[in-house]
Design a protein around this ligand. Structure first.
Ligand SMILES: [Zn+2]
Length: 269
């Protein structure tokens, strides 16, 4: 459903889409890392489309694979890489319950991940009453240990998130290492919900223990924009000259600021 909505917008781009494309085109992948709380692959697909970057370091020891004839095979990785953390999991990952290895495939092969996860009984429920026939069901055989144990783990919207799995734990650790060495923390479209208390605890801990405090940029929008800005001020403190707030989404001012702090390459706008 997500990929259909995404393709529809790509065919009929509006201003928001055009701005997002500018962000992907100018994004300095060798200087900036991304942390996405979502499971989708919008950022990966954007960088692949705009800059031909197709290698992703998820910071959780996930190894690159590709589906070939319905089986997971090894994959040669390109030199250019986007560092992107997905502490809640990602739709293009598969996790082995037996050996605890995590594998990732190109976002364009996400449907084959679904074909691996869904068994016949799942498709029967999903497609009940419809004339659509289910796609081919792929073997959940692990490319590392060979057992039929491939599945997935998502941390869902709740206070009690299932974060006890190795790829989630290592994503958090890598996130902490990145945050400690980063001068600018940029939040785009993140309202800092109360349920993310573990993430907020990490942010606060790193913010107050590092000698050099990060500068905070908040890019938000919609009717809650002012409330979101207030929440960030309350959480991080409102330090003059170190807070940058944009309540109109990725508008020209926000994009110019991203260029100034080196998230976007200069003259990319
Ligand atoms: Zn395995």
């Amino acid at each position: 459903m997500l990929s259909q909505a995404y393709k529809r917008r790509q065919r009929a781009p509006d201003t928001a889409w055009a701005t997002l494309e500018l962000l992907f085109k100018g994004f300095e992948a060798n200087k900036t890392a991304v942390l996405s709380m979502n499971w989708d692959t919008v950022f990966e697909q954007g960088l692949a489309r705009a800059q031909n970057i197709r290698n992703f370091d998820y910071g959780c020891n996930a190894s690159a694979r590709r589906f070939s004839d319905g089986k997971l095979k090894g994959r040669v990785e390109d030199a250019e890489v986007l560092h992107i953390l997905k502490p809640h999991g990602s739709v293009n990952w598969l996790y082995c319950d037996a050996c605890r290895e995590t594998f990732w495939v190109s976002p364009s092969q996400t449907e084959q991940v679904a074909q691996t996860l869904f068994r016949k009984r799942d498709w029967d429920i999903v497609l009940k009453g419809s004339k659509v026939t289910h796609p081919k069901i792929l073997s959940p055989s692990c490319p590392h240990c060979g057992s039929d144990s491939l599945g997935t783990r998502f941390a869902t919207f709740s206070y009690r998130k299932a974060l006890d799995f190795p790829m989630h734990a290592s994503s958090w650790q890598t996130g902490e290492a990145y945050l400690k060495t980063t001068g600018n923390w940029v939040f785009i479209g993140y309202s800092m919900p109360a349920a993310d208390f573990e993430f907020k605890h990490l942010l606060k801990r790193v913010q107050i223990t590092e000698e050099v405090r990060p500068h905070i940029t908040v890019i938000t929008g919609g009717s809650d924009a002012d409330a979101t800005v207030q929440r960030f001020r309350k959480f991080f403190g409102n330090v003059a000259g170190q807070r940058f707030e944009y309540t109109n989404g990725l508008d020209a001012a926000a994009m110019a600021h991203l260029e100034e702090i080196g998230v976007l390459s200069s003259n990319s706008l």
